[in-house]
Ligand binder design. Structure first.
Ligand code: AMP
Length: 182
């Protein structure tokens, strides 16, 4: 059973690679960013709470994403495996995920860190043209990543679950490296 957690800075290619690998493995690609953007577009209560945080490059409060993921991982398609993209993003979320998975008797294989140099990240994000990809917001998102999400590298290393992949290689090579893990 394939269950992977994708780590990496904004612009590291998590979304692109998670989508490809999930397609190959025929398991759901679960992206909190995609779920939140859809909630914003549909103006659901979740979307209304999340919007201002997302627009400014801040993280949405832990409790909102924790509730969202508890529900998403209990859906039937998630019983055959999954790739998580963009969750967890804080140590609180990672600790919650460990607790939830032991509660529902699931184990993840690895936390995969896609490594990409900062200057490449910024160039990629500026070229992407998403609504939350203006230069100020990009800078803030990278800062938030360093402060709140990068500590997860150590969190998973301590648990001997961390695998690093060169995210600056051509996309096909990154996919091939990831395929070797599953
Ligand atoms: P992403 O598409 O993963 O870059 O996420 C876009 C935005 O959604 C982020 O900048 C955050 O505002 C919010 N977001 C996504 N996932 C999380 C998470 N796990 N915790 C908090 N905020 C999140």
């Amino acid at each position: 059973m394939t269950r992977l957690i994708f780590l990496g800075a904004p612009g590291a290619g998590k979304g692109t690679q998670a989508k490809v690998l999930a397609g190959l493995c025929k398991i759901p690609h679960i992206s909190t960013g995609d779920i939140l953007r859809e909630a914003v577009a549909n103006q659901t209560p979740l979307g209304m709470k999340a919007k201002s945080f997302m627009d400014s490059g801040e993280l949405v409060p832990d409790q909102l994403v924790i509730d969202l993921m508890r529900e998403r991982l209990s859906q039937s398609d998630a019983h055959s495996g999954w790739i998580l993209d963009g969750f967890p993003r804080t140590v609180t979320q990672a600790a919650f995920l460990d607790d939830l998975l032991s509660e529902i008797n699931q184990l993840y294989n690895y936390a995969v860190n896609l490594e990409v140099p900062d200057e490449v990240l910024i160039a990629r994000l500026l070229g992407r043209g998403r609504q939350d990809d203006t230069e100020d917001v990009i800078r803030r998102r990278l800062q938030v990543y360093r402060e709140q999400t990068a500590p997860l590298i150590n969190f998973y290393q301590t648990r001997q679950k961390l695998v690093s992949v060169d995210g600056n290689a051509p996309p096909d090579e990154v996919t091939a490296d990831l395929k070797n893990l599953v």
